[in-house]
Design a protein around this ligand. Structure first.
Ligand code: TRP
Length: 334
């Protein structure tokens, strides 16, 4: 709790091109949380280097993501949005927490197993201890709630275990974070295989709508989206492709699936698919325009980066000092 508000933390990586799924499933909802919670949203660039990156591309993307946070509606005066690498406490706390995390726990992480099979030539120690850095992110701010996707729940569980273990030894140092279970963001599936989540790392370009896709590309991808031969716009398990398109249309327009079924009653996919495409364009185009404007406003972005890094640092330092004292590091002579 801070000023009567619960603390919320989340982060996103700047690797790959963000998709409509990232926006509708996460970013859009973050905006609606900023009144109720004291929010920290980090661009987690330190996590990104567990996989080899081109430095200039990473830097560019991190800046773009920062601008996108603002373009999506996160007011940088109200939300602490900052680069993880600007607050050295993250790496420092991660080291300490590494000493309170067991090899066996990290070996069980499904994301580690996935990533090490995908990057078999570079199974580095950072990939292995990735969840510990994530625990440090969360625990540094005495976070109460963390909105995360299903794929990150295991990491959050581990964070709680580490925090409880630490508290059991040293007293109440960390707030134990809970997953955020509010209104879940829409789960957006691949346009080419609706049994898979829409992913920024999908090899098939037509499977994902990227946030920076132009209107023609968006329309084309929706026209090619996989559906079925039922030829009716119905929200049913048996029609996963159409169901996904209804979810997307619903998230963009605020209409319920029932309203959408009615709207397209008796109409074919030839009419429905372009309608979904247009709904998406009507959301993404303004977002892209705001992003482009912001990127021109270099001073504004720079100032937000600086102010928020200082703010994050202030809170992070408080926790880190407490932890350092608890584990027995000598106090600095000032
Ligand atoms: N690992 C998260 C992901 O890939 C990103 C992340 C890093 C994060 N630190 C975090 C999410 C802390 C929530 C809280 O999605």
């Amino acid at each position: 709790m801070r000023d009567g508000k619960k603390v919320l933390f989340s982060g996103m990586q700047a690797t790959g091109n963000l998709t409509l799924g990232n926006y509708l499933g996460a970013l859009k909802n973050w905006v609606s949380l900023s009144d109720e919670y004291e929010c920290f949203y980090s661009v987690v660039d330190e996590h990104s280097i567990t996989v080899r990156q081109d430095p200039s591309v990473l830097r560019q993307r991190a800046r773009k993501l920062f601008a996108l946070y603002i373009a999506a509606g996160l007011d940088p005066e109200k939300n602490c949005i900052y680069y993880q690498s600007h607050v050295s406490c993250h790496a420092e706390l991660a080291w300490i927490l590494n000493c309170f995390t067991y090899m066996g726990e990290l070996q069980r992480m499904t994301q580690f197993k996935d990533k090490s099979s995908k990057h078999a030539d570079n199974i580095n120690a950072g990939l292995f201890t990735y969840p510990v850095l994530m625990a440090a992110d969360i625990l540094l701010y005495q976070t109460d709630v963390v909105p995360v996707g299903k794929d990150q729940l295991q990491h959050l569980e581990l964070t709680r275990d580490i925090a409880q273990r630490f508290n059991a030894i040293y007293g109440d140092v960390f707030t134990i974070p809970e997953p955020y279970l509010g209104k879940a963001g829409a789960k957006i599936m691949s346009l080419q295989d609706p049994s898979k989540k829409m992913s920024k790392s999908d090899e098939n370009e037509n499977a994902s709508i990227y946030l920076m896709d132009d209107p023609d590309t968006i329309m084309r991808k929706f026209k090619r989206a996989v559906t079925d031969s039922e030829a009716s716009v119905r929200y049913r398990e048996e029609q996963p492709g159409i169901r996904n398109l209804i979810d997307i249309y619903s998230a963009c327009t605020g209409k319920t699936p029932e309203e959408i079924e009615k709207e397209f009653d008796g109409k074919g996919y030839g009419e429905f698919k372009p309608a979904v495409g247009e709904a998406v364009v009507s959301i993404l185009k303004p977002l892209q325009d705001r992003c482009a404007d912001l990127e021109k406003n270099k001073d504004y972005i720079d100032q937000a980066i600086k102010n928020n890094a200082e703010k994050a640092e202030y809170f992070a330092q408080k926790t880190l000092r407490k932890v350092q004292k608890k584990v027995g590091f000598p106090e600095k002579i000032r």
